[in-house]
Design a protein around this ligand. Structure first.
Ligand code: ADP
Length: 269
């Protein structure tokens, strides 16, 4: 993003943008907490746009190494050349660097962000024998889904306490309705039905579902409906189906779909 594109659509839920901007101004790193599909990525996109900074996103996974983030020497036409990794590039460019689902990486990888995340704001490039200083415009943002937390996968306290935590939950119903309407193009009444269905599913948390219905799956259902798929069919495919493979749970979700989503079409057997 260069800042010339239109602002990514993001509807604020509370004071998250003010807290983010204050953190940015004071060079603090941000830990974005929230379930999958609640708007974390979209929020960072909107913030980077508002602050006029490029956004460099890294999707974290367990095989991601420190060298993947920082950079490495590569052989090019018989010569060894240094290639910056995305984190180094972000520091040099004064970008917003977004490490998505940082908890997925091994802890020895997470440690490379420590001197950057705290008051030092430095990135040691050990292979090059230099340390680069982050300019004031550089901002480190990591996302984290507390629902996935386990003994094996949790952020170290030493990482967490270097950051300002901003918690993003699912938006309140009126905001979520506007998001679904805007993002999918369905009528507001239809969006409201989908949101009420999601709220009913969210009340089932802890009853066998690993995750509940996110704003993202509501948008997907809306997009199918806007494409002419019958609303209940769309809700089954985009909301219920991704949540579980368990037949009994799926039957329960199908009953909720029938109760909350109106359409005349029969449900598939
Ligand atoms: P996460 O990064 O938390 O997994 P995303 O940012 O990818 O979630 O959000 C999923 C989708 O939900 C977005 O693409 C967007 O369509 C929608 N969305 C969720 N919350 C909002 C919001 N507050 N404003 C605008 N769109 C939102």
């Amino acid at each position: 993003m260069t800042g010339k594109e239109p602002r990514p659509y993001y509807l604020a839920v509370a004071d998250e943008a003010e807290v983010f901007r204050a953190a940015f101004r004071r060079g603090l790193s941000v830990l974005l907490k929230g379930p999958t599909g609640c708007g974390k990525t979209r929020f960072v996109e909107a913030m980077a746009h508002d602050l006029g900074r490029p956004l460099i996103t890294v999707a974290c996974h367990e095989d991601l190494t420190a060298a993947d983030l920082v950079g490495r020497f590569l052989l090019k036409g018989g010569e060894t050349v240094w290639m910056d990794g995305p984190l180094t590039r972000a520091v040099r460019e004064g970008a917003v660097c977004y490490l998505d689902e940082v908890v997925e990486t091994r802890q020895d990888t997470t440690v490379v962000i420590h001197p950057l995340a705290d008051h030092r704001r430095q990135l040691p490039l050990e292979r090059l024998g230099v340390t680069i200083e982050a300019p004031p415009e550089f901002c480190l943002v990591v996302s984290y889904n507390p629902g996935y937390q386990s003994v094996l996968k949790d952020l170290k306290d030493s990482t967490r306490q270097r950051m300002v935590a901003i918690e993003l939950g699912f938006p309140p119903a009126d905001v979520e309705e506007r998001v679904v309407t805007h993002e999918s193009g369905v009528a507001p009444e239809r969006a409201a039905e989908l949101v009420r269905l999601a709220e009913a599913i969210r009340r089932l948390e802890g009853h066998g579902l690993r995750e509940v219905a996110s704003t993202r799956v509501l948008v997907a259902a809306g997009l199918l409906i806007a494409e002419g798929v019958a609303p209940r069919r769309a809700a089954l495919a985009a909301i219920a189906g991704p949540l579980t493979d368990d037949h009994a749970l799926m039957a329960g979700l199908a009953r909720l779909v029938e109760a909350y989503v109106s359409d005349g079409s029969p449900l598939p057997r």
